[in-house]
Design a protein around this ligand. Structure first.
Ligand code: ADP
Length: 214
């Protein structure tokens, strides 16, 4: 496993706890001919990573979880809030030309369109804009709200949602991006507060691999 490389001593500690748990840090240290202080960082790592469980005044238990089970648990816990990016929005009164300029300037693949109340009204992807540019009509005269995918057909998510669920949605719906929204104070719509794309999910994937504590 790449996720957590246990050193020899940590592996030995796991074996001792497996065979003798519950066992105190002092007793583990005795078995290894080391001091409790020397072991402290290893015990902290093993507990934080989920291999061991520590109960006050009882000692350490082996949780019985493998590295891949712990990794799965960790993936399932990641929330949208941890990886969301800044949303890029345009007004529904903007033209397709202006939307294309915004897409280039902000370097994003999907724009969110908001109405005059500032609430989510639609989504425009790269291909939506390409398609609009291929028609006979001048892109300077086509409003973005004619060509966007509109509410209520927008798939959105909330900061508290799990990233893994969003990954499933992106695959199932074959889209690149979801707006992260918050119900507006007057409950009449959704405010756009973030953006989750396939790139954010790739970042989460890479970060998991670099996270030494799993
Ligand atoms: P592209 O069209 O550039 O390949 P997508 O695959 O993300 O980009 O978009 C495909 C279609 O789905 C587009 O018409 C777009 O408007 C629409 N779309 C994109 N994101 C969403 C979303 N979150 N909810 C609803 N429709 C979306």
């Amino acid at each position: 496993m790449y996720t957590i490389e246990l050193n020899k001593r940590q592996q030995k500690i796991i074996e001792i706890v497996k065979d003798n748990g519950p066992i105190t840090g002092e007793q583990i240290a005795d078995q290894l001919d080391l001091t409790r202080a020397t072991l402290r960082p290893d015990l902290a790592i093993l507990t934080m990573a989920g291999y061991l469980d520590a109960r006050p005044r009882v000692g350490y238990f082996y949780t019985g979880k493998t590295g891949s089970q712990l990794l799965t648990e960790k993936i399932k816990k990641i929330k949208v809030a941890e990886f969301t990016s800044m949303p890029v929005v345009v007004q529904d009164s903007a033209t397709v030309y202006e939307a294309i300029c915004t897409m280039f300037l902000e370097d994003v693949g999907t724009l969110f369109i908001i109405n005059k109340n500032g609430h989510l009204a639609g989504v425009a992807s790269r291909k939506d804009l390409l398609r609009a540019s291929m028609g006979k009509q001048e892109i300077n005269s086509i409003p973005i709200n004619i060509i966007m995918t509109r509410m209520p057909n927008i798939t959105y998510c909330f900061k508290e949602d799990y990233l893994l669920d969003i990954a499933h949605i992106l695959i199932r719906k074959q889209i690149d991006c979801l707006p992260v929204v918050k119900r507006s104070d007057d409950e009449s719509g959704f405010d756009v507060v973030g953006r989750i794309t396939k790139t954010n999910i790739t970042k989460a994937f890479v970060e998991l691999a670099h996270d030494e504590l799993l």
